[in-house]
Design a protein around this ligand. Structure first.
Ligand code: 5GP
Length: 200
């Protein structure tokens, strides 16, 4: 059977510390879904490679890209700027490929507004106590930063109904299985899947 598919724009978001990066990584082996490499003004962490995890840019470059309307969305997240370069996303979608964005909730709401046909997924913590435990366990934030992120998380979770799909990241395997099912179902949506049934 000849099959044609339209690419999907998959937006995965959730509060800081919920493990959205870990959950969304389960889609790394889906070769037809490209990961959108964001720009950020934060410094690379050990092991991060420019152009793989992020494009690490100066504030000056970032501001220029904002002025040139080079971002599909951008936001100031925990003291640094982050943005999704527009062109690679649009080019991939036009070529029929799917794209995965892994971005904070401010950016996710912008994309949902600009690209209403996107597939939006929000990753939830099983509880705020567990989210606190995960944030504290990372040992990367000062106590006041943990409190700020938890407060932000409450506001972000309050907007969960704006997303099409909700996945609770309690057990990682279960959360990944749910994400894979969402992707699978969305691939079969008649608005982006055109199998041609051949004549006898
Ligand atoms: P980190 O610096 O820990 O990699 O990411 C910090 C936060 O920024 C995470 O919530 C991550 O999802 C988010 N983020 C990464 N790239 C983008 C982006 O392009 N746009 C927005 N709005 N958030 C992003």
């Amino acid at each position: 059977m000849r099959e044609k598919r339209k690419g999907m724009l998959l937006v995965i978001s959730g509060p800081s510390g919920v493990g959205k990066g870990t959950v969304s990584k389960c889609l790394d082996d889906e070769k037809d879904i490209i990961f959108s490499v964001s720009c950020t003004t934060r410094a690379p962490r050990p092991g991060e490679v420019d152009g793989r995890e992020y494009h690490f840019v100066s504030e000056e470059t970032f501001c220029r890209m904002v002025e040139e309307d080079g971002f599909l969305e951008h936001a100031f997240v925990h003291g640094n700027y982050y943005g999704t370069p527009r062109k690679p996303v649009m080019d991939a979608l036009e070529a029929g490929q799917s794209v995965r964005l892994e971005i904070d909730p401010q950016g996710a709401l912008q994309v949902m507004e600009k690209m209403p046909e996107c597939v939006s997924v929000f990753i939830l913590p099983p509880s705020f106590a567990e989210l606190r435990r995960r944030l504290e366990g990372r040992n990367t934030e000062k106590p006041e930063d943990v409190e700020r992120r938890l407060n932000n998380a409450r506001g972000e979770v309050a907007l969960k109904d704006r997303y099409q799909y909700l996945i609770v990241n309690d057990d990682l395997e279960t959360a990944c299985a749910a994400l894979r099912s969402v992707v699978s179902a969305e691939r079969h949506r008649s608005s982006r899947y055109y199998p041609a049934v051949e004549e006898e």
